[in-house]
Structure formats: C-alpha cells, structure tokens
Write a protein that binds this ligand. Structure first.
Ligand code: PRP
Ligand code: ORO
Length: 223
C-alpha cells in the first residue's frame, strides 16, 4: 500500500467517524487519545469503499492466498466486502472464496459453526484490529482443524502499541507477537504512523497532535 493510499484510508476513516480523537478507554484499560471503531463503516457505500482498501492492501502485499476467513462478528462483513472488491478489481480481478464462523454453534438445519466456502489452501484471516491476539488465535485453530493453512492476517489499523501492564511493557506489539508466534505476516491498511501523518498535515487535527505523540512515546513500539 503506498503511503498516499494509507493516508487516504485514515482520512476516509476519519470522515466516516470511524477514527476519532479524544479520550477513549481501550480493551487494555489504557486511555487512548484516538479510537478506531470499524462498526461505524455501516452503509453500503462505506463498506464498499472499505472493501476496496482491504483488497488493495492484500494485493499490494503480494502474498499468495486462496481464500479469506472473517472471524465473527466484525470479520464477516469485512470478508464479504473484500472478496466483492477483489472480484471487481480493475487490474487483478479474482473470484476468491470466503468463509466465517458463528460464535455459537447452530443446532438445527446445516448446524455447526462454519459458514461459507470449505476452508482449504492458504487462508487469509481478515479482521479490523488485533488487540491481544485472541481472535487470531481462535481463527488459526479453526483453519488448522479444517486442514487448511493460515497464511496471513489482514487488518485495517495497526496501533503499533506495546502489550503488557504499564510497569511491565513488552518490547513487542500484539501485531509483532502474532507475526512471531504463527510465522505469518500481518498486513495492515494503515498504522499509527499514518494517523500521525494525518495530524501533521491537516490543521483541523492540530489540537490532538500532542496527546497522540505523548501516547505513542509512552506505549508505542520502538524503532
Ligand atoms: O486481538 P483480540 O484481543 O481478539 O481483539 C480484537 C478482536 O476484538 C474485536 O472483536 P470481538 O472479539 O470483540 O468480537 P466482535 O467482532 O463480535 O465485536 C475485534 O473485532 C477483533 O476481532
Ligand atoms: O484496543 C482496543 O480495544 C481497540 C482500539 C481501537 O482503536 N479500536 C478497537 O476496536 N479496539
């Protein structure tokens, strides 16, 4: 993904109200000066554009893959939107199968927890963010149990944040931990670097710059 595309993405997320600045408690308990709420990509046009960004990030990564897996719940529309964008892509159109899971097994009809195409080949896990890596771990287990291979993770935003308690911060982010633990790449459309660039370039956001910089100094991965 070019730096212009990444910047376009954070601008788009901000316009959609998905990326907001202020004070937000995140899953780790930290008070973050920004928050990315992917649930607010909630109209046809918005999800359509989002799918195009995911598809482009995946194609630009040049990783080989056979299908997508979207973990419930938010991964489900992401997988669908991205495969539609891949099918309609200008230069690299491809009809890619996708699957997703149910959080609770269905006890009637076809039953089970897996929906969509059979899990096979190299599977890209698609989600909005990685916080502790639980969703990726569960997805890896589901994909391996089906005899397929988890090939990469595709997310919207890498917060580039060190894991762990304030007095025992890990040297690595949750994204880096996932890459190391499963030996597969994590591809992100954009990262905290791109948010910082948006704050730098757009005077409307100037008031948030110092809080985001301070948060990054405190919790951001080094180097
Ligand atoms: O890395 P993790 O610690 O797993 O956190 C990230 C996951 O958490 C959220 O989903 P959640 O599990 O809350 O379910 P949802 O998609 O139903 O909101 C998010 O959409 C990711 O899937
Ligand atoms: O860390 C989180 O909980 C978190 C941060 C963020 O920006 N977006 C999100 O959905 N979760």
């Amino acid at each position: 993904m070019s730096s212009q595309n990444r910047l376009d993405f954070v601008r788009f997320a901000s316009q959609e109200g998905v990326l907001r600045f202020g004070e937000f408690k995140v899953k780790s308990g930290r008070i973050s000066p920004y928050f990315f709420n992917a649930g607010l990509f909630n109209s046809g046009r918005s999800v359509g554009t989002l799918g195009q960004f995911y598809a482009q990030a995946l194609l630009d990564s040049s990783h080989d893959f056979d299908m997508l897996f979207g973990p419930a719940y938010k991964g489900i529309p992401l997988a669908a939107a991205t495969t539609i964008a891949l099918a309609n892509h200008d230069a690299d159109a491809r009809d890619v199968p996708f699957a997703f899971n149910r959080k609770e097994a269905k006890a009637h009809g076809e039953g089970g927890t897996l929906v969509g195409a059979p899990l096979q080949g190299r599977v890209v896990i698609i989600d909005d963010v990685i916080t502790a890596g639980t969703s990726v771990r569960e997805s890896v287990e589901i994909i391996r149990a089906a005899g397929a291979t988890p090939a990469a993770v595709l997310i919207a935003l890498d917060r580039m944040e060190r894991a762990g308690a304030d007095d025992a911060l890990s040297a690595h982010s949750a994204v880096q931990d996932v890459q190391q633990k499963y030996g597969m790449p994590v591809i992100s459309i954009a990262s905290l670097d791109d948010i910082m660039q948006l704050l730098d370039e757009d005077a409307t956001f100037a008031q948030y710059q110092s809080a985001v910089s301070a948060y990054r100094d405190r919790y951001g991965i080094k180097g």
